[in-house]
Design a protein around this ligand. Structure first.
Ligand code: ADP
Ligand code: MG
Length: 145
């Protein structure tokens, strides 16, 4: 397999709802330019948006990294912040610790991580309380037969 190419590395600011979603949009546009399968782009876009919003809503700062290799697309969402004390609980549909401010803007449905799980072919989450969280999302190209 070829070496992964890093195509984008985008900083994401915690609590900044003005720029929220821009990283996911850039990831989407970059993949569209590469002419990648549109169903795959849709999955990547949804998962990346949710991971980006989780940095905005739940962490201090972080970054979104887009990598592409011969087998597919990898998106990394890494942050410094409070981390996730109970990952199983966090993965449960409807569970959310979002602030009142985030809820007032329509966030905090507790569906982000379940959605990420559904959209990815492979998901790894490393998290440490009071340190941060790293979400690795892998998407495999559809096989043509
Ligand atoms: N990057 C993160 N840093 C800290 N906590 C997180 C992060 N991502 C998710 N969480 C925790 O997992 C919970 C569930 O996340 P999610 O399913 O995206 O729902 P929501 O963002 O609507 O709360 C969050 O409420 C939060 O407690
Ligand atoms: Mg979320």
């Amino acid at each position: 397999m070829s070496q992964p190419r890093v195509l984008l590395e985008i900083p994401v600011e915690g609590n900044n709802f003005t720029t929220a979603g821009e990283a996911a949009s850039r990831v989407k546009r970059t993949l569209q330019k590469l002419g990648i399968d549109s169903a795959l782009i849709r999955r990547v876009s949804i998962a990346t948006y949710e991971a980006e919003m989780n940095i905005v809503i739940h962490a201090e700062y972080g970054k979104i990294v887009l990598q592409v290799d011969a087998g597919g697309v990898t998106v990394l969402a890494e942050d410094r912040g409070k981390g996730i004390p109970d990952l199983n609980q966090a993965m449960t549909a409807g569970f959310s610790t979002a602030s009142d401010r985030a809820r007032a803007m329509g966030f905090g449905a507790g569906m982000g991580l379940p959605n990420i799980k559904k959209c990815t072919d492979q998901l790894e989450i490393d998290t440490q309380v009071n340190v941060g969280t790293k979400v690795v999302m892998k998407f495999t190209y559809p096989t043509t037969s």
